[in-house]
Design a protein around this ligand. Structure first.
Ligand SMILES: NC(=O)c1ccc[n+]([C@@H]2O[C@H](COP(=O)([O-])OP(=O)(O)OC[C@H]3O[C@@H](n4cnc5c(N)ncnc54)[C@H](O)[C@@H]3O)[C@@H](O)[C@H]2O)c1
Ligand SMILES: [Zn+2]
Ligand SMILES: [Zn+2]
Length: 402
């Protein structure tokens, strides 16, 4: 089968690989219809992780079940499913509590596992024609409809970015009427904006440098803030101060609440320096979040902070150690939540919003390509040029089999 493998810094290649076969009675083999390239894949692509060369990548995967092991009871060949990017056992202490992002049994080196990802266990990725699904009863979300129908591009976003954006809003405690700022208008940031809209937030600001991505945020109904036009925190303060109705409603002391109640990081450790887009500044978004959040507000960090980072500039940064304005955080009494998304907590609810026509997350999809075009697409997506925002990989071979 064809599969995308990591070869080394800035090099992905389409290789001929052996098709996976069932490794145990609880496994399934999935024939992939669509998978996607994620901002998280770029950390590996850029050589910023310890991923060994030759590993198959891809953790956003949907398709049709091809084969199941003897102990699989709830799904069968022919079923259409999407996989949470987290691989989980379903029976450990953390899985029982819903923290499938912190499964204790699926990866001997850490409290988490995923398909095709550095540090997340030995599992093969799904930018491939077939993928092995461990614990298939627990790790498959059943989908209605037929492959390549009008929901295909919505459902693939249930593997990661839609639940992850939603998780950002959970960590930041977004709710009806709240004020929200999201750093990053990549797929995760845009899904956090969509989730904030679903939850009925009143003010939703999305910060980025890339005009095409900010345009998508605007089309979703958020207020775009272009960081290349100056300090984004000051821009949000100024926007709010200029808004007559927001100003006229202030009670005594409320003028101190210049920022917002909920702030989400959908950028991570490869954040760009606000003063110089060409430079990386890993703490840029964290620093901005602390300045922007109102006292007694909430921070949700879903942008990734990864170590070891061979590409970092300092020894401390290589270990993921950064200085933070702790006193200001404490002084403001904010809550801070972070981490990988426990996709399974949200994916069925978000699926049903799609089915019932309440949301259409695929509005953010920019490109649909064949597997042979993947290496070139990584390059464009990595440079965030030519409108490359969310790239889906279509496995047309599966169409005939469907
Ligand atoms: N927590 C999770 O479970 C989880 C899941 C998926 C992705 N992620 C992470 O989320 C992050 C975003 O991923 P993505 O798929 O949206 O793609 P992405 O990496 O393309 O999006 C990041 C966006 O941030 C923008 N950006 C860079 N510096 C900025 C700054 N200082 N201020 C504002 N915006 C800035 C970039 O221009 C880009 O548009 C990545 O770190 C990814 O690894 C986390
Ligand atoms: Zn992803
Ligand atoms: Zn578990």
């Amino acid at each position: 089968m064809k599969a995308v493998i990591y070869e080394g810094e800035n090099r992905m290649r389409v290789a001929d690989q052996k098709e996976p076969s069932l490794a145990g009675p609880k496994d399934a083999v999935l024939r992939v219809t669509t998978s996607a390239i994620c901002g998280s894949d770029l950390h590996m692509y850029e050589g910023r992780t310890a991923l060994p060369a030759g590993h198959t990548v891809g953790h956003e995967i949907m398709g049709i079940i091809e084969r199941v092991g003897a102990a699989v009871t709830s799904i069968k060949p022919g079923d259409r499913v999407v996989l949470p990017f987290n691989i989980a056992c379903g029976y450990c202490y953390n899985c029982h509590r819903g923290f499938t992002n912190m499964c204790l049994t699926m990866n001997e080196h850490g409290p988490h596992a995923a398909y095709g990802y550095a540090g997340m266990g030995p599992y093969g990725g799904g930018q491939a024609e077939y993928v092995l699904v461990p614990n298939a009863d627990f790790n498959c979300l059943k989908l209605p409809g037929k492959p390549f129908d009008e929901w295909e591009d919505d459902f693939i976003l249930l593997a990661d970015v839609f639940p992850t954006g939603f998780y950002g809003t959970e960590l930041a405690q977004v709710g009806p009427g709240k004020s929200v700022a999201i750093f990053g208008a990549g797929p995760v940031g845009l899904m956090a904006a969509l989730s904030s809209l679903i939850k009925g937030a009143a003010e939703i600001y999305v910060v980025d440098f890339v005009a095409e991505r900010l345009q998508k945020a605007k089309e979703l109904g958020a207020t775009p803030i272009n960081a290349s036009h100056g300090d984004p925190v000051q821009q949000i303060f100024a926007w709010r101060a200029k808004h007559a109705a927001l100003r006229e409603r202030l009670r005594p002391g409320e003028e101190k609440l210049k920022g917002v109640e909920c702030v989400i990081d959908a950028v991570g450790y490869q954040a760009r320096d606000d003063k110089d887009y060409a430079r990386e500044k890993p703490t840029q978004v964290l620093d901005n979040m602390v300045r922007l959040v109102n006292p007694a507000g909430h921070l949700g960090i879903v942008g990734v902070y990864l170590a070891p980072d061979p590409g970092a500039r300092t020894d401390q940064a290589k270990q993921g150690v950064f200085a933070l304005p702790m006193a200001e955080l404490f002084d403001k009494s904010v809550t801070v939540g972070m981490g990988q998304c426990p996709v399974k907590l949200y994916n069925e609810y978000l699926r049903d919003l799609i089915i019932m026509g309440r949301v259409k997350p695929s509005k953010i999809v920019s490109h649909r390509i064949k597997i042979d075009e993947v290496p070139a697409a990584y390059e464009k997506f990595d440079q965030r040029v030519d409108g490359y925002t969310k790239v889906l990989i279509r496995f047309e071979g599966a169409r005939a089999a469907a």
